[in-house]
Write a protein that binds this ligand. Structure first.
Ligand SMILES: [Zn+2]
Length: 145
């Protein structure tokens, strides 16, 4: 099984990839070369969705990080809300696995050839940067910027 991701390439990466045997034009390993980014297949396997712990649903269909933090007082004030919640009345399909309960994840142990290893590092860096940018803009938003 495969998972296809888009990887953005810097100027240096073109040379490095060519050195690893991936040519920009028509390389058999890389049919999806698009200049600034490529689509690449990594080996993948199914894992239980960590967002919903394999339930397939989350409250309101929101991510854990976005869930409101209810306190015991909130539930005491509104017991109906609590019992509805426990009965699953607010459960909606998990936003990560879309209710499938499992997600396809890249199987790092199966990344062996140097080209895949290089692209995987590139992709990990890209994901970390995107995550950092998302956190920065989120904290700016919270501060009212
Ligand atoms: Zn899920």
């Amino acid at each position: 099984m495969k998972i296809t991701v888009e990887i953005f390439l810097g100027d240096d990466d073109h040379d490095k990839l060519a050195a690893l045997g991936m040519e920009p034009e028509g390389a058999p390993d890389c049919p999806n070369w698009m200049g600034d980014s490529i689509e690449h297949d990594f080996p993948a396997s199914w894992e239980v969705c960590g967002e919903c712990d394999g339930q397939g649903t989350t409250m309101f269909g929101w991510r854990n990080a976005d869930q409101p933090a209810y306190t015991a007082e909130d539930f005491e004030e509104d017991p109906d809300f609590y019992s509805n919640m426990m009965a699953g009345a607010y459960d909606k399909p998990c936003p990560v696995c879309k209710g499938r309960t499992t997600i396809k994840v890249v199987d790092e142990n199966d990344i062996k050839n140097p080209l895949d290893v290089y692209l995987w590092q590139l992709y990990r860096k890209q994901v970390a940067e995107q995550e950092r940018d998302r956190r920065i803009s989120e904290s700016e938003r919270r501060m009212g910027a």
